[in-house]
Write a protein that binds this ligand. Structure first.
Ligand code: ADP
Length: 693
């Protein structure tokens, strides 16, 4: 197993996986909210600050103006002016100061003895007489008297025709003549007027300016400016001698909007962008998690596949070091992966290299590293198990190409072929046994043939010998009988030799045991079985015809186990001869034919003139032990088919009918022709894929 095999990823609970993201999103939300909150607070405090500043400005302006007016009023009393001059001065003052609406002179009894009204506002006391509402002025004057200086009254309401009215404020100055209090000068202010002047200063900022009472009731408000919203409010107490005025400044701007300015917009924009980034990240992470999951499954699948493989897998890097082995390989050689990984050459050899092969394997590996391609069809070699047992393996090697397309080493598939070798050995032994059995079966049949065939020479020998003995017993040999006896002995020798040949041909056939495939000419194959065929043919007076290609056509050559094919030919000819035993002698003709029917195949035919094969026989023809003959074994044809199929050919039969109305059976089989023969080479080039016809 690979050392760097990635461990299958741990299963992470979805909640745990989501937790960091939930935290991140939460923190982000808190941070963004705080940021927006702070921005809004900052905005608010700035707005409040502006209101406070405006309120201070307005209150100090009002105070200054009141102070200046007081000076002007006191100037009116300087050097005790005659009524005419006082009136002119007061009129001038009223003309210049819009907020002042009336100036009057009163005696100690508080009666008005002179007054002047503002040219801008007259008939203030049209509804109610001045005397009926001068309580506040009186109080102020009492205070002025006590203070020996100016004093202001509380503000009071003066109704006007039309249901409206104005709020007035009086200031009382004591009039002193020759060191004594002589009366009072009362000047009335319209609060509204005071505000209008001050509002001019702050109106650009869109504020509402008002004088209010302690409970918040508005006494007067700056006329034309916007109404306050009650959010940003500043109050200033204008402290006056004898009284005080509450000035209230109320901004027309409300709570700052969520997007009041660029900064907040920017913050919000960034927050949104950040949120989008987080979303993208979450999506990315989810995709990654999915990919991880897919990878884990692919890994698990690969591992399951590797573990289930029965083929050993081994990877080697560019230097020949083993980088990977699968469980099947470890099991095959009996070493754990840890003992195999990293092993490479003779200095540090893999433990499955048999020591006696070390040098050769090292050389082979060097060659491979030098770039020699391994054979595509694989090569056979020997490995060693932990127990020391050597076993044959088939190795298929392929170049290992990495992700960048570089040749990074070799991947080998290793098959333990010891079981296959054992099976082959078993099959070879069985094959030999089969051959021996087949031969024995033939020998049995041959014994009767032999006895028949040997009878003739033996009978001849016996009669020649009897004749010679008789001649010699008749007395001493005369010169006339001697040549006769010599001739008889020569005949005896001839017949003995003939008998010997018969026995030898059978002996040769039975003794030949080699079963290797070899290339052999078709005529040689037929010729080899002819002595035995002729024996049988002669017994039943059958004529044998052999049809072979005549020169200049080349004689076909086949690759086969000749002993077995000879056996097939013998079986087929024997069946053919037996099938014609009932026919008139002149019809008993058996034809043996061999011809090249295809560049890769040679066909042999055995044709008889018998009755052919009936349908019910045909159905079981190749079934072992099926026979219609009293002395038959029923093994011949099934054996023939096995042999031919083992050679890659086919054995077929058909009932032939010739033009003369004759019939008979034709058995044909094919054998592979020798590949090197010129004819087959040419034709093979023309028709590459070919199967047995
Ligand atoms: P056996 O010859 O011992 O009977 P075979 O397997 O060789 O066994 O043949 C099986 C049967 O096929 C034969 O009994 C015969 O009936 C039939 N047979 C074989 N060859 C021929 C032939 N050339 N003509 C007619 N019948 C045949």
């Amino acid at each position: 197993m690979m050392p760097a095999e990635p461990a299958p990823p741990r299963k992470v609970h979805p909640l745990r996986r989501a937790l960091p993201w939930v935290l991140l999103v939460g923190l982000l939300a808190v941070a963004q909210t705080a940021l927006v909150r702070l921005t809004l607070d900052y905005e608010s405090s700035r707005a409040q600050e502006r209101v406070e500043q405006a309120a201070t400005l307005a209150s100090s302006d009002i105070k200054q103006r009141l102070g200046r007016d007081l000076q002007n009023l006191q100037a009116l009393l300087w050097s005790d002016p005659p009524p005419q001059r006082w009136r002119a001065g007061a009129s001038e003052l009223l003309h210049g100061r819009r907020e002042l609406v009336r100036i009057e002179l009163r005696n100690l009894a508080f009666d008005i003895h002179a007054y002047t009204e503002s040219p801008y506002r007259q008939a203030l006391f049209a509804m109610l007489s001045r005397e009926s509402i001068d309580v506040d002025a009186e109080v102020a004057c009492a205070t002025a008297r006590r203070l020996s200086g100016p004093a202001y009254s509380r503000s009071y309401f003066v109704p006007l025709p039309g249901g409206l009215g104005v709020e007035l404020l009086d200031v009382c100055l004591p009039v002193v003549k020759e060191g004594r209090l002589d009366g009072f000068m009362v000047a009335s202010y319209m609060l509204q007027g005071l505000l209008t002047e001050a509002a001019g200063l702050v109106s650009s900022q869109n504020h509402e300016l008002a004088f209010v009472e302690g409970d918040g009731t508005r006494l007067a408000r700056s006329g034309n400016t916007a109404r306050g919203r009650g959010v940003f409010v500043a109050q200033r107490l204008i402290d006056l001698p004898g009284s005080a005025l509450q000035l209230r400044l109320d901004s027309a701007t409300g709570e700052p909007d969520l997007i009041p300015n660029l900064a907040t917009a920017l913050v919000l924009g960034l927050s949104l962008a950040l949120g989008a980034v987080v979303l993208l990240l979450v999506r990315d992470v989810r995709k990654r998690a999915e990919a991880e999951q897919g990878l884990a499954e692919a890994l698990a699948f690969r591992k399951a596949m590797e573990d289930s493989l029965v083929t050993g897998l081994r990877a080697r890097d560019g230097e020949g070091r083993i980088t990977y082995v699968n469980p099947a390989f470890c099991e095959m050689v009996g070493f754990p992966a840890e003992e195999l990984i990293g092993k490479m050459t003779a200095q540090n050899p893999p433990p499955y290299w048999p020591p006696e092969m070390m040098a050769e394997y090292s050389r082979r590996q060097q060659g491979r590293l030098a770039g020699t391609l391994p054979p595509r069809e694989g090569y056979e070699t020997v490995f060693m198990r932990r127990s020391g047992e050597r076993f044959p393996v088939m190795v298929f090697e392929a170049p290992l190409v990495d992700g960048q397309g570089r040749h990074s080493g070799w991947m080998s598939a290793v098959l333990d072929i010891s079981a296959q070798r054992r099976a082959e050995e078993l099959s070879r032994q069985q094959h030999e046994k089969l051959q021996a059995t087949a031969r024995l079966a033939t020998v049995g049949e041959m014994a009767s043939l032999l006895s028949h065939e040997l009878n003739q020479p033996l009978a001849a020998i016996s009669s020649y010998a009897t004749g010679s003995i008789n001649m010699m017993q008749e007395g001493p040999l005369d010169p006339a009988t001697q040549p006769l006896i010599q001739q008889a002995i020569e005949r005896i020798a001839e017949q003995a030799e003939r008998a010997g040949r018969v026995i030898k041909s059978v002996h040769d056939f039975v003794r030949r045991r080699e079963h290797l495939r070899e290339a052999i000419r078709a005529d040689q194959l037929i010729e080899a079985v002819m002595p035995l065929v002729r024996l049988q043919a002669r017994k039943s007076a059958t004529r044998i015809e052999i049809l072979l290609p005549t020169a200049p056509a080349p004689m076909p050559r086949v690759v086969c186990d000749r002993t077995m094919v000879e056996q097939v030919l013998l079986n087929l000819t024997r069946n053919g001869i037996q099938a014609m035993e009932e026919l008139p002698i002149e019809q008993r003709v058996l034809t043996l034919q061999a011809r090249q029917t295809h560049p890769r195949w040679v066909e042999f035919s055995v044709i008889d003139q018998g009755l052919g094969i009936a349908d019910e026989v045909a159905a079981q023809l190749f079934t072992p032990f099926f026979t219609t003959k009293s002395e038959g074994m029923g093994l011949g044809l099934s054996l023939c088919r096995t042999v031919i199929e083992q050679h890659g050919g086919v054995l077929l039969f058909e009932n032939a009918s010739d033009d003369n109305g004759g019939s008979g059976a034709c058995f044909r089989f094919t054998l592979a022709s020798e590949p090197s023969s010129a004819a087959s080479r040419e034709a093979a080039a023309e028709q590459a894929p070919a199967s047995p016809p």
